[in-house]
Structures are given as C-alpha cells and as structure tokens.
Design a protein. Structure first.
Length: 223
C-alpha cells in the first residue's frame, strides 16, 4: 500500500508539473486582443489558494476537526509570534521574485527548454545544502549533478529546429528568458534550504510554517 501511494504521488507530481508549465506557457503566448493578465496577480492568487485549500485544511485536520482549536493554533503560532513570522520574510521575498521570474521565462522560452533548464534548481539546492546545512554528497550524487548540468547545456545547444523558434522568439527575448530561469533556480535553491533550516530549528509543523510563509509572501507583494 505504501509503495502504491508513492507511485501515485509521483504520478500526480509529474502530471501537475507538466500541465502547469504547458498552461503557463500557453496563457503567456496566446495571441488575443486586450491586455494580458498580470503575472503578479496570478502569483498572489495561487498563494492564497495554497494557504486556504491546503495548509489551513491540514492544520484543521491536525486540530481534530475543531474550529475552536484551529483558531487557537493560528492565534498562538502566527498572530502572537510576529518575530517567528518575520523570519520568513527572506524566503517569502525570494519566492516572490522567483515566481514572477518563471512567468517571464515562460513568456520567452519554449516549454521544453524551460522545463529542462529549470531543473538546475536541483544543483543549486544541493550546493546551498552543502554550504548552509553542512550536508555531504556522495560521488554518485556529484556525478548526477554534473550529468544534469551537461543535459541542460545540450538543451541550449543550437539545432536546425532553432531556426523555426527564432521566428517566434527574438535572440534578446531568449536571453531574457534564460537569465530569468537561471535567477529563479538560484533563488529557489537558497529559499528552499533557508526554509529547511528554519524548520529544523523549530517545533512548529510544516503547515504552520507554510501559512506564515504565505502570510509574509502576500505582505511582500503588498509592499
């Protein structure tokens, strides 16, 4: 049963990741009259939905399906601990930058190039884990990371099909998209490791921390 759940989770993750990228790419390149939606608005709405639809519901479940307990937990862990919430201002600000950069990247890169290049966040996360958390990577892990870098480099290598893409994307826009996704990779790695470091030094659940993160995220967007 546990093995089935793992494969089911993997399948859902793959489906969610691929459909998200394709949907974002389609929505940013669709040719239609009128102004296009703001990327910042989409980012904020997504965070609000994650807080309400996921984190608060899971905290509600952990609270024994009691609204009174849920309200007490939120009061004690979030509203009465402003300094703990303030600690997440750094990763929330970085995630704000990262999520907006992903929209810029998908507006200037095709979905396949974006998806492969964005996997460099695995490399940046590993590097920040070594420097910030003191983790040790095995030889095989370093070899895997180098293989990942080689794969990303090959994706960027010009081919005959690139001529067709140049008709849709200028060299300048491709450069903007590539720089955006690379900055997003570094910000994702740093913010993820920083958030992990905070979780390891806290007794709060990951869902409470995510609510705090989302709260600071919306505050940073408002600023």
């Amino acid at each position: 049963k546990m093995l089935t759940l793992k494969y089911l989770s993997l399948g859902v993750l793959v489906f969610q990741t691929t459909t998200l990228v394709l949907t974002m790419r389609y929505s940013r390149t669709l040719k239609e009259e009128g102004p296009r939606y703001l990327a910042s608005t989409a980012v904020v709405i997504a965070e609000i939905m994650k807080i309400i639809a996921t984190c608060i519901l899971l905290v509600y479940k952990d609270s024994g399906y009691s609204f009174r307990t849920l309200n007490r937990v939120l009061q004690e862990e979030i509203f009465n601990k402003p300094m703990d919430t303030l600690k997440l201002a750094i990763p929330s600000g970085i995630y704000t930058l990262q999520n907006n950069l992903l929209y810029v990247a998908l507006s200037n890169l095709d979905a396949a190039t974006y998806q492969v290049t964005y996997q460099l966040k695995i490399l940046t996360t590993a590097l920040f884990s070594v420097t910030m958390l003191g983790k040790n990577l095995s030889v095989y892990q370093w070899f895997s990371l180098l293989t990942l870098m080689a794969g990303v480099a090959l994706v960027q290598w010009p081919t005959d099909s690139a001529e067709h893409l140049k008709k849709e994307l200028s060299a300048g826009s491709q450069f903007v998209g590539l720089v955006s996704v690379l900055i997003a990779c570094f910000s994702s790695g740093f913010a993820g490791v920083y958030f992990e470091k905070i979780l390891k030094g806290s007794k709060q659940s990951v869902w409470i921390r995510n609510i705090q993160l989302g709260d600071r995220f919306r505050a940073s967007k408002a600023d």
